[in-house]
Design a protein around this ligand. Structure first.
Ligand SMILES: [Fe+2]
Ligand SMILES: [Fe+2]
Length: 215
């Protein structure tokens, strides 16, 4: 039960977003490799989607390195050094992702698939360690509800500074989540973001990514 732990709920949600986007990106690469290329209707959206995955992962890791881990280090036992080391390994993989994306139109899908596979091999075990250590019960034992809410707003603010352009980042976050998680996640955003900016004003920016999103 994570309901009374805003930090645990938010950790699980961001992990779901990144895990889904990583799975979709790998599946799409396999599909493109089978078809000998990216179909024209996905050629703009796919690099945007993978680039946004890169930004969101980078931003999530920075919030852990800069805010969450320093806060919990003396309060809650976890293999912090291992987790930080994984972040560095993934940071190098994200740089490689960028290089692959720049070559994607000239037959670079195979290499992109390899790099996404490397990312996935570090990501899976990494989030299992985090989710086993930063559970709702363990978090509640060291930080009350108010304190977790305060910390979460710090994390959200820090995250939004490093997650790339908002017209891509927000739809990416919203629409890589299934219904219930999406509703819970969107509760924190003001109405004009949910009802005006994302669906109307910013639609033109993120629409090419829609074949990869739950929208
Ligand atoms: Fe992490
Ligand atoms: Fe994480």
């Amino acid at each position: 039960m994570t309901g009374m732990s805003p930090i645990a709920s938010s950790l699980l949600r961001i992990h779901k977003i990144i895990s889904r986007a990583l799975d979709v990106s790998m599946q799409k690469c396999d599909e493109y490799l089978g078809k000998q290329g990216i179909p024209p209707e996905e050629a703009t959206g796919f690099p945007l989607y993978v680039t946004t995955l890169k930004w969101i992962t980078h931003s999530h890791h920075l919030t852990e390195d800069d805010i969450a881990f320093p806060y919990f280090r003396d309060k809650l036992e976890a293999p912090y050094a291992r987790l930080e080391e994984d972040h560095q390994v993934m940071a190098r993989i994200l740089v490689d992702l960028d290089t692959c994306l720049s070559k994607i139109s000239s037959g670079g899908v195979g290499r992109l698939r390899e790099v996404l596979g490397e990312f996935d091999r570090v990501w899976g075990p990494h989030i299992r360690i985090e989710e086993d250590h930063f559970t709702a019960d363990r978090l509640k034992a060291v930080a009350g509800l108010r304190e977790q809410e305060r910390l979460l707003s710090q994390i959200t603010e820090h995250g939004s500074k490093n997650s790339g352009p908002l017209p891509l980042a927000l739809p990416f976050l919203f629409y890589n989540l299934e219904d219930t998680d999406r509703e819970a996640f969107m509760m924190a955003f003001p109405w004009f973001i949910k009802q005006v900016f994302v669906p109307i004003i910013w639609r033109g920016y993120w629409k090419p990514m829609s074949p990869f999103l739950l929208v």
